[in-house]
Design a protein around this ligand. Sequence first.
Ligand code: 13P
Length: 275
Amino acid sequence: MLVNLQTILKDAYEKGYAVPAFNVYNMETVKGVIEAAEEKRSPVIMQFYSRLATTGVSDYLLPVMLAAANKATVPVCIHLDHGSGFPAAAIAVRNGASGIMVDFSTLPLEENIANTEKAVKLCAALGIGVEGEIGHIGSAAEGVSEDYTTVEEATEFVKRTGVSALAIMVGTAHGRYKKAPKLAIERIREIRNAVKTPLVLHGGSGVPDDLIKAAINAGICKINFGTDLCYSFLDAVFAVDRKIYAIDLFMKEPIEAVKKFALGKIELLGSEGRV
Ligand code: 13P
């Protein structure tokens, strides 16, 4: 069943586990994720990058995601990831998203707050929770910044914007890490103690299991996985026997690979058996 962002994160926040948020791109990645969530009785967030909204892909993808969510017997949130601005958020809402992230983290703090607050107010009228970002989580290719989100920034941001989820910069980045990431676990704990809003860890791909567990223990409630899901799918595509040309049959193994990837992360995040 389709649920909104604030609903899916509430249980995780109260019980101390994290909901996996998988970036999906097509029907096959949606299928792999949903099959894993159903098998493990886990809530799940399926999210799509802003580019898919602004290039029109989400006009096709969101109906598929909605069909999967409505058919599922576990809670599913359909979430815009790193919304680049109000146009992307509007398209995502029109397409049926039940969660919206707006990412104004590269703007000065006051502008980030003002824009995020505006998105929160607009989405509140529709019952849709908003994820904001404070401290910029960049790409691993450019090196991981140590400019961690401070307790003061997080407190101010949450108080003034009213976001339903807060992405913080605590040592992760998007994409493949050049060297093993270090996570600011104590900073997560301090922010968790200061703000009563579910915290989000971006850049989950390549973060060692023990650090993921420590982050959840310190207060993270949503963890994003993009890059490694893509590779699980693409590696399987390249391995399929080229004699298979019926596309539905060709895609069986790639779907299985995504499912296997998602099953592992669900176990790791402790979201298994929660529904
Ligand atoms: P990775 O691609 O590094 O897993 O990050 C995903 C993410 O954080 C999406 O917002």
